[in-house]
Design a protein around this ligand. Structure first.
Ligand code: 5GP
Length: 179
């Protein structure tokens, strides 16, 4: 664990979660998924870019047969009632009848998942669940069903372990929080 503050784009961050703490939470979540998805051959849908490191560690602990795909979600302003249109890029796999597990870095307001889950559900999967590294309950603005959360955190900005601050910090093995 880095024990000292770091600076990214002139913003100060302090150490928040160590490699060991992250590993413990991610391993525990993988154990739950192994138990719940035994014999169901789930399809993990990893949302790039922020979830790449979490997904890598989580999936190394999945002992059940599974498939893994990577998607991107692009949001743009639309004229529909929600005001935001989301496009899923990279999902070429057959989703019909499959058990999907979305792998996300962080559920903050919940807007991303609020739009992504119905889009995936429209393709006729057997089930859709969300596995997120972080969840900020204080920020949530949508009603979403979050069954798999590795760590609940306060409403503060975090970087590292895949998450960035304006493009930097994704490579850090520990997680830091803005001071
Ligand atoms: P939501 O749609 O739930 O409001 O936000 C989800 C996205 O916001 C995450 O996938 C992530 O990219 C970004 N985000 C929310 N909170 C944080 C944070 O504390 N740190 C970083 N790096 N990104 C965040």
């Amino acid at each position: 664990m880095g024990h000292s503050h770091i600076t990214i784009h002139k913003k100060a961050f302090r150490p928040y979660l160590s490699v060991a703490q992250l590993d413990e939470a991610v391993t525990a979540l993988a154990a739950r998924l192994n138990a719940d998805y035994a014999g169901r051959e789930p399809l993990f849908v990893v949302v790039l870019t922020g979830a790449f490191m979490f997904a890598s560690d989580l999936l190394k602990h999945i002992t059940e047969p599974c498939e893994i795909v990577f998607i991107r979600v692009a949001s743009y302003e639309g004229t529909g009632s929600s005001g935001v249109v989301q496009e899923i890029m990279g999902l070429r796999e057959e989703v019909q009848g499959r058990h999907l597990i979305i792998v996300e870095d962080i559920v903050d307001t919940g807007t991303t998942m609020h739009h992504l889950v119905p889009k995936l559900q429209a393709n006729g999967p057997a089930s859709v669940e969300i596995a997120t590294l972080f969840f900020k309950p204080e920020s949530l603005r949508h009603k979403i069903d979050l069954r798999y959360v590795a760590l609940e955190i306060p409403n503060d900005f975090v970087v590292g372990y895949g998450l960035d601050y304006d493009g930097l910090g994704r490579n850090l093995p520990d997680v830091y929080v803005a001071v």
